[in-house]
Design a binder for this molecule. Structure first.
Ligand code: OFO
Length: 176
């Protein structure tokens, strides 16, 4: 039976994952309108993955005697004018998500809820992978600066990492 405090924290994580999904969605849309088709495809897929992360929490809460709550989606205000801005925003968001996952780990440890702690470990690994991935994309974009051809090449590259990412994600999902 899920403790109330843990249930509340997991529901907060649902809202965090939903916000991440919508951030990716809006950045995908921006890339779509600016000709960055590789990034648009990648970010649309990331948005779907974040929704999947949210759903995993739904199922876990409901399967352990709690009630998962569909979160309210707040409008996100941000200004971006370059591809680098978009990925910096994503990276910053992923760091915040990692912090909230770490807080969940702390809470589960304090409450001796080892079952939820085990469930949350998947998110710990996922966050590590996402932070590394986003940082590597930013590093590549910064290498070429404003060079149009360079940005085009990087956008094409991002299209290819999308597939690797999908494979890794599918593997994580099967293990859950
Ligand atoms: Fe849900 O994986 Fe990042 O945010």
């Amino acid at each position: 039976m899920l403790k109330k405090e843990i249930e509340k924290a997991l529901n907060e994580q649902i809202a965090t994952e939903a916000a991440a999904s919508f951030l990716y969605l809006s950045l995908a849309s921006w890339c779509d309108t600016k000709g960055f088709e590789g990034s648009a495809a990648f970010l649309y897929q990331q948005s779907d993955e974040e929704r999947m992360h949210m759903l995993r929490l739904f199922h876990y809460i409901n399967n352990t005697g709690g009630s998962a709550i569909a979160p309210e989606i707040k409008k996100q205000n941000y200004k971006i004018s370059t591809l680098a801005d978009a990925y910096r925003l994503v990276y910053k968001s992923e760091i915040k998500v990692t912090e909230s996952v770490n807080e969940l780990v702390d809470l589960c440890t304090k409450q001796k809820d080892y079952s939820t702690l085990n469930f949350i470990q998947w998110y710990v690994s996922e966050q590590y992978e996402e932070e590394v991935l986003m940082k590597s994309i930013i590093d590549k974009i910064e290498l070429v600066g404003d060079d149009g051809k360079g940005l085009f090449m990087i956008d094409q590259y991002i299209k290819t990492i999308r597939k690797e990412n999908a494979a890794a994600e599918a593997k994580g999902g099967q293990e859950a």
